[in-house]
Ligand binder design. Structure first.
Ligand code: COI
Length: 351
C-alpha cells in the first residue's frame, strides 16, 4: 500500500479521537481523513492500492457506473475494543468474496480477497481517530467497485476503480421500540434472474420511492414481496428479515432474489448454537401474521426488532424488548463484534 504525502493521522502525537459528538451519532455520512483507491485497466490485475486524502473523485460522465449502473458496494464495521483499545473487524473476507461474486455477475474485474481486506485494514488504520469509543458505534467501511472507463454502447468497462472510504456511525434507526413495516404490493426489489442476490448499486435506488411513501404514512420501511407471485416475503429495503414462531426461526431462502447477508449468515449460526431450529425457505406473507417475533438483520441495521407489520390495512404486532430472542441474538453478535464476548468462531480480525 502506497502512502499519501499528506500528514498521517496514524503517526504519534495525533489525538486519539476526532472532534465528533459521539453521543449523537446516527447512520449518516461524516467524511474522514483518508480513503484507499486502486485501479485496473484492460484486463490487468488491480494495481497496488494507495491511501489518499478523502476527496471527491474524477469520473467520466460516460463511465459505465454512471450510465449503466455497473457498480457494487459492500458494508462492514470496525469496532474499538474496550480493554486494550485494539480494533476489530468482522468477517471481512466474506465481504471480499461477495464482491467477487457480484463482479462476476456484472462482468466487472474485482480486487483479490487479499487486496480487498488489505485496503479495508489500511483505511481503518489511516482513520483510526474516527473509530467511535467503545459502546458508541463503529467505523463503517464502504468498499465500492465501479466501471470507470467511458463506454457509450452497452457493454462492460475496460477500466475499474476500487475504493474504500469510512464514516463513523451509530444506530441505523433511532433507538426505540422497533420498526413498523408495511408490506409493499406495487413495487419489487428483485426479479428472478436479476441482481437481487448481489450488492449491486442498482438494487438500492429502486427501493427509495416505496420506502419514502411508507415513511410519509408513518411507517419505518417496507417489506417487499417476490415479484413472480406476490405471495412470499423477501427483504426490507436494505436488510434481511427473520421471524420466530415457538422454537423455529425462519428466513427467506437465498433463491437468487435475496442478498446473502453476512449478518444473516452469522445470526443463523448463533441461533442454532442457542438451540433454535432455523429454516431457510419460501415464507408466504400470511406466515408472519402470527409470528412471536420478527427482526431485521444487516451490517447497517445490526439486529433490529420489528414491532409491527401492516398488510392490506391489517396490523400485526410482535414482541420487542430485552426479553426477546432477537435481543439475545443482538447482544451475542455485538458482543463478538466489539470484543466484549470471546470470539470462539474466529469471525473477528484484530488490526
Ligand atoms: C449495509 O447494511 O451495510 C448496507 O449496505 C445497506 C444499506 C442500505 C445501508
Amino acid at each position: 500500500m502506497q502512502k499519501s504525502t499528506e500528514p498521517d493521522p496514524r503517526s504519534d502525537g495525533v489525538e486519539k479521537y476526532a472532534d465528533v459528538n459521539w453521543d449523537e451519532l446516527g447512520f449518516s455520512f461524516t467524511p474522514t481523513d483518508f480513503m484507499c483507491m486502486m485501479r485496473c485497466c484492460g484486463g490487468e490485475n488491480f494495481s497496488q492500492g494507495a491511501l489518499v486524502p478523502f476527496r471527491n473523485i474524477e469520473l467520466s460522465p460516460c463511465s459505465t457506473v454512471l450510465q449503466y449502473g455497473q457498480g457494487l458496494i459492500e458494508g462492514l464495521k470496525a469496532y474499538r475494543k474496550e480493554d486494550d483499545g485494539s480494533i476489530l473487524l468482522f468477517r471481512p473476507e466474506e465481504n471480499a468474496l461477495r464482491m467477487k461474486m457480484g463482479a462476476e455477475r456484472m462482468c466487472m474485474q474485482s480486487p483479490s480477497v487479499e487486496q480487498f481486506v488489505d485496503a479495508v485494514k489500511q483505511t481503518i488504520l489511516a482513520n483510526k481517530r474516527w473509530i467511535p469509543p467503545p459502546g458508541k458505534g463503529a467505523l463503517y467501511l464502504r468498499p465500492t467497485l465501479m466501471g470507470s472507463s467511458s463506454v457509450l454502447g452497452l457493454r462492460a468497462a475496460t477500466e475499474y476503480t476500487f475504493l474504500v472510504f469510512a464514516s463513523p456511525v451509530g444506530n441505523y434507526q433511532k433507538a426505540g421500540t422497533g420498526l413498523n413495516l408495511v408490506v409493499e404490493e406495487k413495487f419489487h426489489r428483485a426479479i428472478p434472474g436479476g441482481t437481487g442476490d448481489i450488492k449491486a448499486v442498482v438494487n438500492y435506488s429502486p427501493t427509495i420511492k416505496a420506502a419514502g411513501a411508507a415513511r410519509a404514512k408513518g411507517f419505518s420501511d417496507v417489506l417487499f414481496l417476490d415479484s413472480l407471485t406476490g405471495k412470499y416475503i423477501e427483504e426490507v429495503s436494505g436488510c434481511n428479515i427473520f421471524m420466530l414462531k415457538g422454537n423455529i426461526l425462519s428466513t427467506p431462502a437465498t433463491n437468487g432474489n435475496i442478498l446473502p447477508g453476512i449478518t444473516r449468515k452469522s445470526i443463523i449460526e448463533l441461533a442454532k448454537d442457542f438451540g433454535y431450529q432455523v429454516e431457510e425457505r419460501d415464507i408466504p406473507v400470511e406466515d408472519v401474521f402470527d409470528a412471536n417475533e420478527v427482526f431485521c438483520t444487516g451490517t447497517a441495521v445490526g439486529v433490529t426488532p420489528v414491532a409491527s407489520i401492516t398488510y392490506q390495512d391489517k396490523r400485526f404486532e410482535y414482541r420487542t424488548g430485552e426479553e426477546t430472542v432477537s435481543f439475545k441474538l443482538h447482544v451475542a453478535l455485538t458482543g463478538i463484534q466489539s470484543g466484549s464476548i470471546e470470539d470462539k468462531k474466529g469471525w473477528t480480525v484484530k488490526i
